[in-house]
Every structure is written in structure tokens, then in C-alpha cells.
Design a binder for this molecule. Structure first.
Ligand SMILES: Nc1nc2c([nH]c(=O)n2[C@H]2C[C@H](O)[C@@H](COP(=O)(O)OP(=O)(O)OP(=O)(O)O)O2)c(=O)[nH]1
Length: 348
């Protein structure tokens, strides 16, 4: 899998005098069976014949969700009844800079039809794309929407906890968890025991069709036995500097992008910039509520989470005192999904 080029920051779009800046709302219209609706741009519009997510320009005074509701009525003749903000992403085209507020649309009244004469197609986002070409800025959301919505972080601690912990992991995997991060910070396991624990976690994940990433505190060689890496914020920043320096000196031997998934823990804009430079697949932002991992530290709350998530330019998992029951609330605040240690293991 080739990794896409890093995108620019969403916080500071690079509007220039000769390049107009356009704000757009686009919908990932998702059926209950997981199929996603794509539309072909009609004759007479720029990029006609290319496929895109339905939507259009945000008019003055509109929120992205209002604009999307209006556009989907005009283009598809449906009335949206449930939509949530998702990833806001900026793409520079040769003649324009487009900031796309991608939103998930999960309920609507009516049956979508090409009300402007455009062709429509329901596609399985997890399968090879049967149609094309797709607009360049439409490719990232089609990749991101394939990410699972729950991200379980390990906390095994001691070797004698491992069998019982693996049982709990099996329960979480059976309940649909498909993404796990091996992160053993406060452990009394020696390196050999820890490595063996990782192998057992990876094997169990794979047996359930789930993927496991290895936290960047662990040896880099272990990532290749798993499905990628999850960088701590400090490691992501360091890695981003290495990547920039090697790019500046045309030295490709450092920071070579791997083929697995890349997750990054972020707290602020600088962390998010590092994540984008590393072409991360997603970020984890928290903590939303006070948690046993950070006792006494108040959570940022959902409103602040939403403000920060809107600047990520990547799918964001919310973390901090959350369980599966919080998924709806998380999505209403621009999260892709939720991450957690205890909340996801207990199947709550
Ligand atoms: N709707 C939509 N637009 C996209 C996607 N990807 C992408 O690059 N774009 C770009 C193409 C256009 O430059 C811009 C959308 O503008 P548009 O011309 O479709 O807007 P509109 O429906 O309001 O049409 P109009 O007022 O220009 O007739 O966003 C996508 O997936 N969906």
C-alpha cells in the first residue's frame, strides 16, 4: 500500500491571491448494510464525469450540516434526518483550494435519485472500487471510512495477568472490536516476556480479523510483526523532524514510510501537524473525561474535543473515560470513533 503525500494543515488554508478558497460540505451517505453512495459529476460542471461524495459549496451563513442538508435535497431529493460532522480536510487543486467538511449521513427520508441527472452508485467501501475516476480529494475519506470505530489499548501489566487479560480481549474482539494498540507502559514484564505477550495479542487479533498496532515506546522491529505503529505525541514530533531533515537532504534512508497503519496520540496543533507530516491514518485526542490514567486532571469535555478535532484533517478517535456507550456522543462531536483501555475491554 503506498502512503499518500502529507496534506497541508486545515487550521491555516493557503489561500493565495490567484487561487480562490472554497468551503464545501460533502456527505458520506451510509446505508445500514455499510454501502456508501457516490455520485458522478454532471456535464457542465468542472471535473464532469469524475465521481465524488454528494454535496456542494457552503453558502454564507450556513453551517456545514445545513449546507449538506440543502445540497442533498437538491442533488438526491432526500431529507437528511441524521448527520454528524466527521473530518474536515483541505486539498489544493491546480486552480483552487478546497476545504471539505466531510459528514456522515446515516438516516434520511426518501430514496436517493440523481435529481440533477447525475449517475449514482452504492459501493462497498471495504472492497476494491468498482467505479472511477474519483476526485483526488475524495480518495482520503474513502480510505478513512474503512477504519473501525473502536480502538482498544492494552494494559496487561504483569505476566500473571496475561491469560485472564487475553480472555477479556477475546470477548472484546467477539463484540466487534477490530483495532487494538499494544501499549505496555507500566509493566513488570521483561523484554522477552513482553515480546511473547505482543505475539499472543497479535495472533488473537488476527484470528478475529482485527489489526494490532505497536506503541512507539516498544522496539521498532516489533511493528513489523504487527500491523503498524502508534506514535506517542513526542515520538511523532521527533519522527516528523527526521522525515523533514531527510527530505531536505534527499536522504531517503530515514523516516521511510512503512506499509502498515500509523496512529498518533495528539494534544495540540503541533502534534496534529506532526501526524499529518507522517501521513498518519488517524489520531487519538484526549482525554475527554477524567480517567484513572490521569487522576485529578479534568477532561477537556466534548465541546473542546470537537473544536480541536475539526483542525486535525484526519479521523480522530476520542479517548479518556469512554466506553462503547459514548460512541453516539463522540460522533456528534466530530469523532470517527472512541479509544479506550478499560471501557472497551469490559464490553460496556
Ligand atoms: N461535493 C463534493 N465536492 C468535492 C469532492 N471532492 C472534491 O474535491 N470536491 C470539490 C470539487 C469542487 O471543486 C468542490 C465542490 O463544488 P461544486 O461545484 O460541486 O459545488 P456546488 O454543488 O455548490 O455547485 P455549483 O454551485 O458550482 O454549481 O469541491 C467530493 O467528494 N464531493
Amino acid at each position: 500500500m503506498s502512503r499518500p503525500a502529507p496534506q497541508q494543515s486545515d487550521a491555516k488554508p493557503l489561500a493565495t491571491a490567484d487561487k480562490p478558497f472554497v468551503d464545501v460540505a460533502a456527505g458520506l451517505v451510509l446505508c445500514r448494510d455499510g454501502k456508501l453512495l457516490l455520485a458522478q459529476r454532471p456535464e457542465g460542471k468542472p471535473w464532469s464525469g469524475w465521481w465524488e461524495l454528494p454535496g456542494g459549496k457552503i453558502e454564507s451563513g450556513e453551517t456545514p450540516l445545513q449546507a449538506l442538508g440543502r445540497e442533498l435535497k437538491e442533488e438526491l431529493d432526500i431529507d437528511v434526518t441524521c448527520a454528524t460532522p466527521w473530518v474536515t480536510y483541505t486539498h489544493e487543486y491546480p486552480k483552487t483550494i478546497v476545504r471539505l467538511a466531510f459528514c456522515r449521513v446515516t438516516e434520511w427520508d426518501g430514496t436517493p435519485r440523481g435529481a440533477e441527472g447525475q449517475a449514482l452508485a452504492w459501493v462497498d467501501p471495504q472492497a476494491p472500487m468498482p467505479i472511477g475516476p474519483l476526485l483526488p480529494a475524495t480518495l482520503p475519506p474513502l480510505r478513512w471510512i474503512q477504519l473501525p470505530d473502536r480502538y482498544l489499548v492494552t494494559q496487561i501489566g504483569s505476566a500473571h495477568n496475561l491469560p485472564a487479560w487475553l480472555d477479556k480481549l477475546a470477548g472484546a474482539l467477539a463484540s466487534g472490536v477490530r483495532l487494538v494498540q499494544f501499549r505496555e507502559r507500566d509493566t513488570d514484564m521483561d523484554a522477552t516476556t513482553l515480546h511473547s505477550a505482543l505475539r499472543q495479542v497479535v495472533a488473537l487479533c488476527h484470528a478475529h480479523g482485527a489489526r494490532c498496532l505497536v506503541n512507539s515506546t516498544h522496539p521498532a522491529a516489533w511493528r513489523h510483526e504487527a500491523d503498524g505503529v502508534h506514535y506517542r505525541a513526542i515520538d511523532a514530533r521527533q519522527q516528523a523532524v527526521i522525515l523533514q531533515e531527510s527530505a531536505a537532504s534527499s536522504d531517503a534512508s530515514h523516516g521511510e514510510p512503512g506499509t502498515g497503519l500509523i496512529g498518533v496520540s495528539v494534544h495540540d496543533e503541533a502534534d496534529m501537524r506532526a501526524a499529518r507530516l507522517l501521513s498518519a491514518d488517524f489520531v487519538v485526542l484526549g482525554h475527554v473525561r477524567e480517567t484513572p490514567s490521569h487522576p485529578g486532571a479534568a477532561g477537556m469535555g466534548w465541546d473542546e474535543f470537537a473544536r480541536r478535532a475539526a483542525r486535525a484533517g484526519l479521523p480522530v478517535f476520542a479517548i479518556g473515560g469512554l466506553s462503547s456507550a459514548d460512541l453516539g456522543e463522540a460522533r456528534r462531536h466530530s469523532a470517527h470513533g472512541i479509544a479506550g483501555i478499560r471501557g472497551l475491554l469490559s464490553g460496556r
